[in-house]
Design a protein around this ligand. Structure first.
Ligand code: FES
Length: 142
């Protein structure tokens, strides 16, 4: 019996490197399909050019917050409201809940505090600020 050594050869190191590239590509594809990667900021105005109402102040729990559209609104202490993009700064998934004072990203378990800073997980930086303002009992984009 003879062995044919004339065909293309792939050594073990090259095969492992190729497998790593493929695995990375699959991971990135999975992440980008989980919640998307939005880069467009919310329109600050409605169709008539007026600031967009995002919520009522009474909708935002003290020591918590809500996620409305692509905006996170928190109320860390009574009467102090903060706005953030809902796009996670790790790989762009959407944060999807606020539990026990933490804004949570479902993709790789980054948690953000109510001031947008990173509490835990792989996110490299705080959530992006989103400009909001309070007008009476309304929270508006600005
Ligand atoms: S996208 Fe990875 S933790 Fe949010």
């Amino acid at each position: 019996m003879s062995i044919d050594n004339t065909g293309p050869r792939v050594d073990r190191r090259a095969a492992l490197a190729g497998a790593g590239v493929a695995a990375t590509a699959l991971t990135l594809a999975a992440c980008s399909s989980y919640g998307g990667t939005e880069t467009t900021p919310a329109a600050p105005e409605d169709a008539s050019g007026q600031p967009r109402e995002l919520a009522k102040t009474g909708d935002i729990p003290v020591g918590g917050g809500i996620i409305t559209g692509d905006t996170v609104i928190t109320q860390p202490t009574e009467g102090v409201y903060q706005g953030f993009s809902s796009t996670c700064t790790h790989l762009g998934c959407k944060v999807n809940e606020i539990v026990d004072g933490l804004i949570k990203c479902p993709c790789h378990k980054s948690d953000f505090r109510l001031d947008g800073t990173v509490d835990s997980g792989p996110a490299p930086r705080p959530l992006d600020n989103r400009s909001i303002r309070v007008d009476g009992d309304r929270i508006l984009s600005s």
